[in-house]
Design a protein around this ligand. Structure first.
Ligand SMILES: *Cc1c(COP(=O)(O)O)cnc(C)c1O
Length: 231
């Protein structure tokens, strides 16, 4: 099932890229593995995925153990509390969900202790509805200016989640505004800051996300099928 889903997905992504004149190779897929049984995850890794995403620290920690020794990059994509930062620093390739100063401070502190640099994205709540996670648009620039001299936490871009709505224009507007915000930040030419990533697009909206410039897609159901939360 994973192979079939993935091949269909790949064809679709390629088609979207062709249509909008983008290079497929600049888009990375994070396979979102929340709630999944280990055999499915291993199947996905065996087939081709080398980046997996979890939205809870506890689940991520479980994956570190389950998948130990496998060549996998871990991504923290869900809301993060400052007291959990210590459990993932040094183990994740990218934290997509920094949206609070307390979390940023912990990432800096824990990374410095380990003498490493942790790469992060700032999560932005463009839609300002539904989920409460994420900085407001107008908070992003001041936040960046406050953490710029944190040498052990490096901001690499922005992440957002579109609202659960039918109206494609609403979703498109959210993704477009995230891209524009990234461009505004780039114009400031902050020293040492490169805005490499736009993490946006999930199963329901990745087409629009690609059209609007996403280069990280976080995909669960389109690869693995519907999740079973009862387990
Ligand atoms: C679950 C989740 C995804 C993936 O959602 P799908 O609809 O399964 O593609 C992406 N990002 C975050 C933050 C998630 O929690």
């Amino acid at each position: 099932m994973i192979k079939k889903n993935s091949d269909i997905l790949e064809e679709e992504i390629q088609n979207i890229c062709d249509r909008v004149g983008r290079n497929r190779d600049e888009i990375e897929i994070i396979a979102v593995t929340k709630t999944l049984d280990l055999d499915l995850i291993e199947e996905a890794i065996d087939y081709k995925y080398n980046s997996i995403g979890e939205n809870r620290v506890q689940e991520l920690e479980r994956r570190f153990i389950q998948l130990e020794g496998r060549d996998v990059n871990y991504h923290m994509i869900g809301s993060l509390q400052s007291n959990k930062v210590k459990d993932i620093v040094g183990k994740v390739k990218l934290i997509h969900s920094v949206d609070r100063m307390s979390v940023a401070r912990q990432i800096q502190r824990r990374s410095k202790n380990k003498d490493i640099v942790t790469n992060v994205l700032l999560q932005v709540n463009i839609a300002e509805e539904g989920t409460k996670s994420g900085l407001k648009e107008e908070e992003v620039m001041p936040f960046i200016e406050k953490v710029l001299d944190n040498e052990n936490m490096r901001i690499r871009g922005l992440m957002t989640m579109a609202p659960h709505v039918e109206d494609e224009e609403v979703i498109r507007d959210v993704f477009r505004r995230l891209r524009e915000l990234k461009e505004e930040i780039e114009k400031k030419n902050y020293e040492g800051l490169t805005m490499d990533y736009l993490s946006m697009g999930m199963t329901n909206d990745y087409e629009i996300a690609i059209e609007e410039g996403a280069n990280i897609l976080r995909l669960g159901r389109v690869i693995f099928g519907e999740r079973d939360y009862s387990k």
